[in-house]
Design a binder for this molecule. Structure first.
Ligand SMILES: [Zn+2]
Ligand SMILES: [Zn+2]
Ligand SMILES: [Zn+2]
Ligand SMILES: [Zn+2]
Length: 443
């Protein structure tokens, strides 16, 4: 090792990364917009703008000549193919896979550096081929995609089936959801350097995007920085541990042993009832299925059996509603549901937080600003608990809350939430979020 290399290495390894550091900034190896958003978002800059149809394929949209020109490198080959299959639109996974195939044709050896000397190429990505081959539903999906790709790309341009399995595996295991300024998923991307990031349900970094460019930002100080110490979450953090673990094992083939998954108090809190003795407010853990009597963790007071039954029945109903949320939750119902769960569940109970989130959304939809501000305020502690104190999702929520208080003419609360929001959003370096919401404030 040369002296120079040695210096570089020590520099990285002894590095101290402050909260809010940009750990990685990377352009995608391949990306694809969700098909449902094609006519709303520019395919090149990924901004929600006035967009115009590509006259060639009449499928993709761009916001400007400049963007269309920049996107041509990616779009040149697919443009006539997309036109040919019209009016059919490719399934999202097929479109993304085709872009990966094109990208590999253009730059098979593209390197993406995540330190000064370490890089990854597409070849380096894990495919979990063995597990994929054993997974019946994924193999069925590949067969379907293969048929679609044959029609779209033409026989000779589709990789052999063995190769396709590997590509599909790499796509499933390594793709990132590309998020808009509101942290909603608008597409998928492969980031070669970013693929180094491991998962934790208690992550110390978040991913945000400017257009299609990925930013990995630390949300904790990291001493003696190295990449093995950085984790993001692959899953929605507002979720039950059992469900997260099942999904991580099903989709990424590992058993999560992160600090949150090993913390039984945290796990119990997710499904805790509320202690019924006056002024206690403690949690009653429900996970012990043998317990004939459940008692408060703080004051030890047992909880009445009829309450337990009521809670369990209620949870089943909420589960059902969450599973097909669009058809079952009716606007007028959600208020009643929130009042009911407030008497039964601990404020950090997952179902409680989920219901508040729905109630807040519904209130905004029906322009019930007062209700939205109330639910939104109650939601803050739940979001902080599940997402972490510096997650942009919390920042965006606080920003929305600030806007709500403005419409209610409550300046004091508006400013309070605005300041908290700015702190988080500035730290997580998401300037696009800031400009986006400040524009909202002007309106
Ligand atoms: Zn554009
Ligand atoms: Zn086109
Ligand atoms: Zn975990
Ligand atoms: Zn108690």
């Amino acid at each position: 090792m040369s002296e120079d290399d040695e210096k570089k290495l020590t520099k990285t390894e002894s590095g101290f990364k402050l909260t809010g550091s940009r750990l990685l900034v990377e352009k995608p190896f391949a990306y694809a917009l969700k098909s449902s958003l094609l006519s709303e978002i520019c395919d090149n800059c990924f901004q929600r703008k006035q967009v115009k149809k590509c006259s060639g394929c009449q499928t993709l949209f761009y916001c400007s000549r400049e963007c269309q020109k920049q996107g041509w490198k990616i779009h040149r080959k697919e443009c006539p193919l997309l036109f040919k299959i019209k009016p059919q639109i490719l399934p999202d996974a097929a479109f993304f896979l085709s872009r990966i195939i094109f990208s590999l044709e253009r730059n098979p050896d593209e390197k993406s550096y995540y330190t000064e000397k370490d890089y990854r190429k597409f070849d380096d990505l894990q495919s979990h081929e063995e597990e994929i081959r054993k997974d019946k539903s994924r193999m069925e999906h590949i067969a379907l995609l293969s048929a679609v790709l044959h029609r779209y790309l033409g026989q000779k341009n589709v990789p052999r089936f063995e190769e396709l399995v590997k590509l599909y595996g790499k796509m499933c295991i390594n793709s990132f959801s590309i998020l808009d300024p509101d942290m909603q998923c608008i597409g998928s991307g492969i980031y070669l350097g970013g693929s180094i990031l491991d998962h934790s349900c208690k992550p110390n970094a978040v991913t945000v995007f400017k257009g299609t460019t990925l930013y990995v930002i630390s949300t904790e100080d990291i001493n003696h920085f190295e990449w093995s110490k950085v984790q993001i979450s692959y899953e929605d953090l507002l979720s039950l541990t059992s469900k997260r673990q099942a999904e991580l094992s099903k989709y990424y083939y590992f058993d999560c042993k992160c600090p949150r998954c090993l913390d039984f108090d945290l796990q119990n809190l997710e499904t805790s009832m509320l202690c019924q003795s006056a002024n206690c407010g403690g949690p009653v853990y429900m996970n012990n299925s043998d317990a004939s009597e459940f008692a408060c963790k703080d004051c030890n007071q047992p909880i009445r059996n009829d309450k337990v039954k009521k809670y369990k029945k209620f949870v089943l109903a909420i589960e059902e509603k969450l599973a097909n949320k669009s058809s079952v939750i009716v606007n007028s119902d959600v208020d009643k549901w929130c009042q009911k769960i407030a008497t039964l569940a601990h404020p950090l109970n997952y179902y409680y937080v989920k219901l508040l989130d729905l109630a807040c959304e519904e209130a905004i939809k029906t322009e019930n600003w007062k209700g939205a501000a109330e639910y939104g305020s109650q939601l803050v502690s739940g979001f902080r608990h599940y997402y972490g104190a510096l997650n942009p999702i919390l920042g965006i929520h606080l920003m929305k809350l600030s806007n709500l208080y403005i419409s209610l003419n409550n300046k004091k609360m508006a400013v309070k939430h605005f300041q908290e929001a700015i702190k988080i959003l500035k730290l997580t370096n998401n300037e696009s979020i800031l400009t986006y919401h400040l524009q909202g404030l002007d309106d």
